[in-house]
Design a protein around this ligand. Structure first.
Ligand code: 9MR
Length: 372
């Protein structure tokens, strides 16, 4: 019964073939299984709206096969949950829970508090109202989902050097209302509301070996130390890792910095890995090889850091990437489309899949991992 239902959901010969394999042979070929064998959690961001596309069944099957944890790409964002001041729309998040339940997948919540991508009504709030919303929002969402979503990006992207504020903090209604304290406050509310959840501070743009990367690294490091001094209950630091082929990188140097962050006493999550291929060759095969090389180079260094406990990609198939949607919107007629991920738009594994698989096979096991 189970095999039949799965095969129907997948809707493809590949899945029927996979269902016929013995359990071990089947699981060892997935990235989720490879990572789990070393004590690392592997997954990707997921959008329930993709399930409604013609390719929805193949999309769902890919996650069921490869991932052990899903990150909500949109479903917990304030723009989706709180489109207006007096309504909360839990339907997309509930649908995500249902998908994860069906496939027995873990969940990461992204994100509770973010000073960006907010509906206009939140930007219009006064400081007192923003403070009240911060508390009410964290409590409401965690009360509802705490038993199901074990890890949360409590605060996303606190750093924004372009705003030229003290500490290079990113401006927005929550910073305006509470100053830097909005961050510690968010973590305290989350811990108080739902002890036992993994509480993560998530940040972008720390990876590149240029001035921008250096600014993000030092600003984040300083912020994290100040938060630690205050006793803010932060369990882990999330590093997004949107690698951009147009920027310079020194992955060994970056890994050393990740280790220094871990040495402060944090677990590290690589939360949004993908590779922007904009500076790579036009030819798709050549580009796929170059993208794979970047995945390999990056992961072979960063996964050496044993404090890295989770690796999540930002989507898994090229055509569902934010980079792809962005490109379609900006250049609707262009023939070239981004190929930033490990599956192509026909849900075929790309060379980047092999690169990730090899890096997972080669990395050291995490402490306490049960090697099978
Ligand atoms: O991929 C997400 C895209 O579909 C949304 O329009 C956008 C705004 O909500 O957010 C994108 O995801 C971002 C994530 O939430 C935070 N880090 C950067 C991600 C890519 O922009």
């Amino acid at each position: 019964m189970e095999a039949t239902r799965r095969a129907v959901l997948v809707g493809g010969a590949a899945a029927i073939a996979a269902a016929a394999l013995p359990a071990r042979a089947q699981s060892i070929t997935s990235l989720g299984a490879k990572a789990a064998a070393k004590g690392l959690t592997f997954g990707a961001s997921f959008s329930v709206a993709e399930l409604d596309q013609s390719y929805g069944p193949a999309y769902g099957a890919m996650y069921a096969r490869e991932a052990r944890v899903l990150t909500s790409e949109l479903e917990f964002k304030m723009g989706v949950l709180r489109p207006t001041a007096d309504a909360i729309d839990f339907a997309p998040a509930d649908r995500l829970m249902a998908f994860a339940d069906t496939h027995r997948l873990g969940l990461r919540g992204h994100t509770l508090i973010w000073n960006d991508y907010l509906p206009d009504w939140i930007h219009a709030l006064g400081p007192r109202e923003a403070e009240d919303l911060l508390e009410a929002h964290i409590v409401t969402v965690l009360e509802r989902y705490k038993d199901r979503v074990g890890s949360w990006d409590v605060v996303n992207e606190p750093i924004g050097p372009w705003d030229r504020l003290p500490g290079n903090l990113r401006k927005g209604p929550f910073l305006t209302a509470l100053g830097e304290d909005y961050i510690a406050r968010s973590f305290e509310i989350a811990r108080r509301t739902a002890p036992g959840l993994e509480l993560v501070l998530n940040e972008a743009q720390t990876e590149s070996d240029d001035e921008n990367g250096a600014t993000f690294r030092s600003s984040l490091f300083g912020l994290v130390q100040r938060l630690q001094d205050k006793g803010a209950p932060i369990d882990a630091i999330g590093l997004q890792c949107h690698i951009d082929s147009a920027r310079p990188y020194d992955f060994a140097k970056f890994a050393a910095w990740v280790q220094s962050l871990a040495d402060l006493g944090f677990r590290i999550l690589l939360t949004e890995l993908d590779v922007n291929d904009r500076a790579l060759p036009g030819d798709a095969a050549e580009r796929d090889a170059a993208v794979a090389k970047i995945y390999r180079g990056f992961l072979s260094e960063v996964l050496q850091v044993k404090a890295v406990s989770t690796l999540t990609l930002w989507q898994m198939a090229d055509h569902t990437s934010w980079l792809y949607y962005d490109a379609v919107q900006k250049t609707p007629r262009a023939l070239r489309r981004p190929r930033p991920l490990i599956y192509d738009s026909g849900f075929r594994r790309k060379r980047a899949w092999d690169a990730v698989a090899e890096a997972l096979d080669a990395m050291p096991a995490r402490d306490g991992a049960k090697i099978r």
